[in-house]
Design a protein around this ligand. Structure first.
Ligand SMILES: Nc1ncnc2c1ncn2[C@@H]1O[C@H](COP(=O)(O)OP(=O)(O)O)[C@@H](O)[C@H]1O
Ligand SMILES: [Mg+2]
Length: 328
């Protein structure tokens, strides 16, 4: 009896501590991941991932950015144990990714997913739920909630072949949540969508986070990421060239100021603007040095020109991306 009591105390004491350790683990921890492919008639080794290291913290939206062919999908394939890395380690919530249990808290939406055209969204989700072995009541309740989450309630009973690309993508996002995952992995979820479609998907990704899920998604579209990501990693040619919080990567530093002036000739701004160009009766002046902005304004006032606009351009993620991609 005494031993049993001690066992119980043990379980009670260690339970929360164990949970705490789990809560503190990164959602994804990738260390020095390497992957080569052998290609060609006379096979040659191509290094695709050249030692990738980054971490995704629990509860954040993490953007994995990079141009086409950089290695984003290959990283995801390694993470899901669809292909074997040549070196390095991957942990999912503290478990090695080789352990099948490490994939239990995962939801996944592949790049360009294929759907059975003749199923309705509701049937498609039911099919997925059955694969996860959900009971009927739980299944139907969850599907109704997911359809609402992605805004497909009204189209739920239409066959998927009648869906637009954006709607299909939303059905795919609902599918990625069927098993109630803690971590959702989305490969190019914004690909091939118009600006409105992209906004809808962004809003859904933010809802995933509000539900307490961690979201890891890839993209080569920058503007979208800037709006919703807590942190990003930029991969170029199989290497991580930047990783961090957006506010640390993107400074508030003014890169240049652009002034549009009417009523004065371009020559008036020689020596002030880094570049001066005339468009009809307007002059566009790009000024690098902040002190020269005042000089330009003085000149406009003195010579009675008209200032149509004055806009400082701060650094954006796009600038960093272009800078790193062109430098590598
Ligand atoms: N199974 C494969 N066999 C050979 N090369 C591959 C394979 N999968 C991807 N690659 C190559 O690896 C590089 C990275 O591909 P990928 O990870 O799909 O890039 P991304 O998702 O960033 O666009 C590309 O050059 C691609 O051609
Ligand atoms: Mg890809």
């Amino acid at each position: 009896m005494r031993i049993r009591a001690r066992e119980i105390t043990f379980a009670v004491d260690f339970g929360p501590a164990f949970l705490k350790i789990e809560a503190m683990a990164d959602a994804i921890r990738i260390r020095d991941l390497r992957k080569d492919f052998r290609l060609g008639f006379v096979p040659r080794t191509h290094k695709i991932l050249k030692g990738i290291t980054f971490s995704v913290r629990e509860g954040e939206i993490f953007g994995y950015l990079g141009p086409n062919g950089a290695g984003k999908t290959t990283t995801i394939k390694c993470l899901l144990d669809l292909i074997r890395p040549d070196a390095g380690t991957i942990e999912i919530f503290g478990l090695s990714h080789f352990a099948p249990r490490s994939r239990e808290p995962l939801g996944f939406l592949p790049e360009n997913p294929y759907f059975y055209d003749y199923l309705t969204a509701r049937e498609f989700l039911a099919f997925t739920a059955d694969l996860f072995g959900l009971g009927r009541t739980e299944r139907d309740g969850r599907i109704a909630r997911l359809l609402a989450l992605v805004g497909l309630e009204r189209a739920a009973d239409l066959p998927l072949r009648k869906y637009s690309r954006g709607m299909l993508q939303r059905a795919g996002l609902a599918q990625s949540l069927v098993n109630d995952p803690k971590l959702v992995i989305l490969d190019e979820p914004l690909g091939g969508l118009d600006p409105l479609g992209r906004k809808e998907i962004r809003d859904i990704i933010v809802r995933f986070k509000e539900e307490g899920r961690t979201v890891f998604f890839t993209s080569h579209i920058l503007q979208d990421i800037e709006m919703i990501c807590d942190r990003v990693a930029i991969i170029v040619g199989g290497r991580i060239v930047k990783e961090g919080a957006l506010r640390d990567l993107v400074s508030e530093r003014v890169l240049f100021t652009e002034a549009v002036v009417a009523g004065l000739p371009p020559e008036a701004f020689a020596g002030i603007g880094e570049s001066v160009s005339a468009q009809g009766d307007r002059v566009l002046i790009r000024i690098l040095d902040e002190a020269k902005v005042d000089e330009a304004l003085d000149l406009v006032l003195r010579r009675r020109g008209r200032l149509l606009s004055l806009s400082p351009r701060t650094e954006t993620l796009e600038d960093i991306f272009v800078e790193t991609v062109t430098r590598t």
